[in-house]
Design a protein around this ligand. Structure first.
Ligand code: PRP
Ligand code: MN
Ligand code: MG
Length: 181
């Protein structure tokens, strides 16, 4: 079976709900960065969808750059030790950086990334994340723009993958049990 519909259990957030929330976040970002130039930093691969949808709602002049990072260690859980697979092309000196992420789970990836980017001499570093799982937090990360707080369940879609699949779903959903077996 190649159609993903049969793999979905529950839809947590619809495309419409996500879009409406991004309208709000974009308006807030436009207000906060008025008169400033903005560098959006997307964290590959999960942030591709939210980067595309959020950036298209902004009126602020923005550049986009990308980083790819990977946690050391086994499995899919963040260890907090992060390796840069693809670094930014952009010099951050004096820049207003907004990191764009799909989800904050343990917070380990972002807490490392914020510290790393802050050490490069930017004017500011803030975070915009589509989703956050408060119950999964292992470290506190200050996130200025959050779309939705969701329960601590495994979700896919809107950039989020299970074994690299389901990123292309336009909504956020849980998977049917048969997918895991
Ligand atoms: C996922 C997600 C976040 C990170 C959150 O990325 O996209 O980047 O994990 O986890 P944390 O808060 O526990 O650190 P992943 O490492 O799976 O890479 P991907 O974006 O390529 O799927
Ligand atoms: Mn990611
Ligand atoms: Mg992943």
């Amino acid at each position: 079976q190649t159609d993903v519909a049969g793999d979905i259990a529950d839809i947590l957030l619809t495309e419409e709900q996500i879009g409406a929330k991004l309208d709000e976040l974009a308006a807030q970002i436009d207000r906060d960065y008025e008169g400033k130039d903005l560098l959006l930093v997307g964290v590959l691969k999960g942030a591709v969808m939210v980067m595309a949808d959020l950036s298209r709602r902004l009126h602020t002049k923005a550049e986009m750059d990308w980083m790819a990072v990977s946690s050391y260690g086994s499995g899919t859980k963040s260890s907090g030790v992060v390796r840069i697979l693809k670094d930014l092309d952009t010099d951050l000196t004096g820049r207003n950086v907004l990191i764009v992420e799909d989800i904050i789970d343990s917070g380990l990836t972002l807490s490392w990334l914020v510290a790393n980017l802050r050490s490069r001499g930017p004017a500011s570093v803030e975070i915009a994340a589509a989703l956050r799982k408060p119950e999964a937090a292992k470290v506190d990360v200050e996130v200025k723009y959050v779309g939705f707080e969701i329960p601590n369940e495994f979700v896919v879609g809107y950039g989020l993958d299970y074994a690299e699949r389901y990123r292309n779903l336009p909504f956020v959903a849980t998977l049917a049990p048969h997918v895991y077996s």
